[in-house]
Design a protein around this ligand. Structure first.
Ligand code: KIV
Ligand code: NA
Length: 277
């Protein structure tokens, strides 16, 4: 496989290939995920939760994101690398976003991701015009958890769905290459994907109609939340072989990641009846 870059990703998406993204935070997992076929690695600010043990992504700093980005960049070969702009490092102005994005690109990111609706379109355009590819993120945007009041499905009624579609359109026109859709109804994610073919959509809890999928690595390895935690409905533990009892031996990390990549590519994950809204 040649290394992914943005034009190759666009070609693959245009051919109808599903793109498999996973979060990643260090060099060893970067190598393992890359070798197992993950197309895109996301240094997500979810590292606040899964690495740092915080209860939200708000405490994560730009320096921490750059540190993890450099580690992942050292370990990966073919995968494309996207890094989140953390809370408070891009909202003030396009200039602030540029300075923050530069720090992440210098650390090895090939694209930056930022959360938020139409108000961020100006920033997206500013970055894209300056050679920094951008992934947008709509639906449940965890940096706004205190404004939203929790981690719940977004865009459920007609008015909210229209706002989401308008935001996605503005972000596409501003030049965003990717759009993460988190916790939105499957039908809405499919509609956005079909109406905005210039935007590659990546779903998490957004059904099967998107260009690609993303999961937090620790979630899809069944490691999050402890033995008694309630797993969000959109997560599948890929270390478990379907149809085998819970005490049966699980898959290794490389095998589980390969199973995820295969399931995304062949359309068997997500199963909207099980993982969708
Ligand atoms: O930080 C993260 O892991 C993310 C994904 C869940 C999309 O933003
Ligand atoms: Na994130």
């Amino acid at each position: 496989r040649p290394a992914w870059n943005l034009p190759r990703l666009r070609e693959a998406a245009a051919r109808g290939e599903k793109l498999a993204m996973l979060t990643c935070y260090d060099a060893t997992f970067a190598r393992v995920l890359d070798e197992a076929g993950a197309d895109i690695l996301l240094v997500g600010d979810s590292l606040g939760n899964v690495i740092q043990g915080e209860s939200s992504t708000l405490p994560v700093t730009l320096e921490q994101m750059a540190y993890h980005t450099r580690a992942v960049a050292q370990g990966k070969r073919q995968a494309f690398l996207i890094t989140d702009l953390p809370f408070g490092t891009y909202e003030s102005s396009p200039q602030q976003a540029l300075a923050s994005a530069v720090a992440l690109m210098r650390a090895g990111a090939q694209m930056v991701k930022l959360e938020g609706g139409g108000y961020t379109a100006e920033t997206v355009r500013f970055l894209v015009e300056r050679g920094i590819p951008v992934c947008a993120h709509l639906g449940l945007t965890p940096q706004r958890v205190h404004a939203i009041g929790g981690y719940r499905v977004q865009g459920r009624d007609d008015a909210a769905a229209q706002v989401l579609l308008d935001d996605a359109t503005a972000l596409a026109q501003a030049g965003a290459a990717f759009l993460v859709l988190e916790l939105v109804p499957s039908a809405l994610a499919r509609r956005i994907t079909q109406q905005l073919p210039q935007l590659m959509t990546i779903g998490i809890g957004a059904g099967a109609g998107t260009t690609g999928q993303v999961l937090v690595m620790h979630d899809m390895l069944g490691l999050t939340g402890g033995a008694h935690a309630k797993r969000p409905r959109f997560v599948r533990d890929f270390t478990r072989v379907p149809g085998t009892p819970p005490e049966a031996p699980g898959l290794s990390v490389p095998q589980a990641v390969a199973a995820y990549v295969k399931a995304v590519k062949d359309g068997s994950f997500p199963d909207e009846a099980v993982h969708g809204y």
